[in-house]
Design a protein around this ligand. Structure first.
Ligand code: CA
Length: 360
């Protein structure tokens, strides 16, 4: 009796173990949805590329192997600035980049990445998730067969790398600078020439003199690209990108072909990547800054108040004029501005008052 009981239990046990194993093997061997994620970043680039990797990994694991998302760096499948087209056309199911790269498709897209003197990271998330921003973003991207999601945030960026001191607005005149989106429009008004370049092409352009100055992200990323070797002055703050949202874009048809639970997994994984990137930058930026200043002897400087005030005035002009000529931008800017005015009242007596108190 004991022996028979043992055999039965052993048999049942191995049957359960066997079937569990075969189900998991089957799922791993044949994912039902194999997606390509094209990105605007060099493969595995710290913070930006690794967020795309995390996003894919989260989807793959949360789906229990039913989905398999493979990440491609810039130029592996398509060049950085072809990501939008590749996902819009369905050649890739997903992309990871920044919305201001697509101003040629829709001027209004820029509001969902960064606005000069606009929202910081925390405020961008507030506007997108709970302030009506996401609905507008979806509306703008819908005509391109795309579903957007926030897929990362850098926090406040740095003002950029220069080979001359910036003492007045005149020092920006004639400057050829890599600076994307609305910040680039503001530089143009200050008499400079904005250039949009993917990250992977900035260093050689600065080294060769094809551009005079550049901004990229912040110390963690700027150290990785080695800009300190070709520019002397490192300015702050990043008035032009106060909390840049990176985006995940998903082909609408591909998304709609997923069952509801996988759709939820994809969108939730984007939220994980969005949060994790900001945490990574927050944790890593200062060590990198100290290395730049102490080891590489970078000349760290704040923009003078007089320069920032003028850039602020020019930024308001750029935004007002953009809203006057483009109806999508008008709608998005109205929502953005209303949110900014409101959140500033709250943050003046919370975040800002606390920063001030901490520095007393
Ligand atoms: Ca930037």
């Amino acid at each position: 009796m004991k022996r028979r009981e043992f055999l039965t239990r052993a048999g049942a046990g191995s049957l359960i173990a066997g079937s569990a194993l075969s189900v998991s093997n089957l799922a791993k061997a044949t994912p039902k949805y194999k997606w390509k994620m094209v990105t605007t970043w060099p493969k595995n680039f710290p913070g930006l590329g690794t967020a795309a990797n995390l996003l894919a990994q989260q989807i793959n694991e949360m789906s229990g192997g039913r989905m398999e998302v493979t990440v491609y760096g810039a130029k592996e499948l398509v060049p950085a600035f072809e990501v939008f087209n590749a996902v819009s056309s369905g050649n890739a199911e997903m992309g990871h980049g920044a919305a201001y790269y697509w101003k040629g498709k829709s001027e209004a897209a820029q509001f969902f990445a960064a606005v000069p003197f606009g929202l910081n990271a925390q405020e961008m998330n507030g506007w997108l998730y709970h302030g009506g921003g996401m609905e507008l973003w979806r509306e703008i991207y819908d005509e391109f067969n795309l579903i957007p999601a926030a897929g990362g945030n850098t926090g406040v960026q740095m003002g950029g790398w220069f080979n001359r001191e910036i003492k007045s607005l005149d020092d920006l005149k004639g400057l050829k600078m890599r600076i994307p989106g609305l910040g680039g429009e503001v530089l143009k008004r200050a008499g400079g020439t904005p250039v949009s370049l993917p990250g992977g092409e900035i260093y050689t352009s600065l080294q060769s003199g094809a551009i005079d100055a550049t901004e990229w992200v912040g110390p963690y990323n700027d150290l990785a690209f080695g800009f300190y070797k070709v520019a002397k002055y490192y300015y702050y703050p990043g008035w032009h990108e106060p909390g840049t949202t990176l985006e995940a874009i998903i082909n609408k048809k591909a998304f709609n072909s997923l069952p509801k639970d996988l759709q939820t997994i994809v969108m939730s994984a984007c939220k994980v990547a969005n949060q994790d990137m900001l945490a990574e930058y927050t944790a890593r930026n200062n060590d990198a800054l100290q290395t730049l200043v102490h080891k590489h002897k970078v000349n760290l400087k704040p923009f003078p108040d007089v320069v920032l005030k003028k850039l602020r005035t020019l930024s308001d002009e750029v935004l007002t004029e953009l809203a006057a000529k483009d109806k999508h931008s008008a709608k998005v800017y109205a929502s953005f501005k209303k949110f900014r005015d409101s959140v500033m009242q709250w943050h003046d007596i919370s975040e800002l008052a606390y920063y001030n108190a901490r520095n007393l």
